[in-house]
Design a protein around this ligand. Sequence first.
Ligand code: UFG
Length: 332
Amino acid sequence: MRILVAGGAGYIGSHICVELLEAGYEVVVIDDFSNSRPEVLGYIKEITGKDVKFYEFNILDEEKTEGVFKENKLDAVIHCAAFKAVGESVSKPIEYYTNNLMTTLIMTKMMTKYHVNNIVFSSSATVYGDPKVVPLTENCPLGETTNPYGTSKAMMERILTDVQFANPEMSVTLLRYFNPIGAHASGLIGENPKGIPNNLMPYIMKVATGELPCLGVFGDDYDTPDGTGVRDYIHVVDLAKGHVLAIEKYQEPGVHICNLGTGTGYSVLDIVHAFEKVNGIEVKYEIKPRRPGDIATCYADPTRAKEELGWVAEKTLEDMCRDTWNFAKKHQ
Ligand code: UFG
């Protein structure tokens, strides 16, 4: 089977490519390197011993996207090409909506035209908004999103659902990721954002390497055990494996929705202390005001993933911290 991974050079996309190649799939990648680096393709080869077929452009280029569908007999698409910085999306809503929505429209247009009937979409727990109850099941109502990035994810889910309704032979899978962190055990691929990181783990990593002086902990007065925000951190390799299973198990026509999380919540300070303990390195931090739009607690009920995909997160918080640092040391 040949799978197109849109955004396959990115943090999550590159790990998906590795797992697909190791499971015996052929992989075609489109990426414009807007938040990724060309050397990642070499690392994927180093890990798996296999090449992906690579195209460098933005999917907004409809003609080039069509070219990929013409040149390759695709069996499925994994769509993880999107802008994803929450803060940036607030100041650049037009760019975010254009990029994230138009790429989804163009992708589904080509899928329809070339009869590619299976798409797995990188969605996010952000579509649940500020949850009334945790853990979050897939039946929890969608909440109000608080930034254009989150709203674009909710809209992309809607577009895909409507496209499936109009094309009943399609299988659309919406994978709602919780908080992916960690890196491949080889230390070759991982998260290395350009500029100052928005997310917790890359920020901790850059404080640990000395690139940044101090982590700001955004709020210690939430209604959580230690007052800092609680999230469901999931190892990116576990997340990537969930995609391979989704391609295999969700072939029935319809819209399939599935959380990918561990079911366990950790606070910001849990993560800081775990990182320090596992890696024997101090992470300086100071308490800062709450970050606008943040919620207190968010974690998954992963029952459906277990029942329908046979997927459970296998890696521990220690693995996530160790693998992040292993990656950081190799990429300083
Ligand atoms: N945090 C800090 N300091 C930082 C960065 C983050 O204290 O420098 C805290 C946040 O306040 C939050 C926690 O660490 O409590 C996690 O924050 P992240 O930015 O790492 O992740 P979020 O939970 O805010 O968002 C992530 C993804 C989004 C996705 C969302 C879904 O980045 O893309 O999970 O729940 F939408």
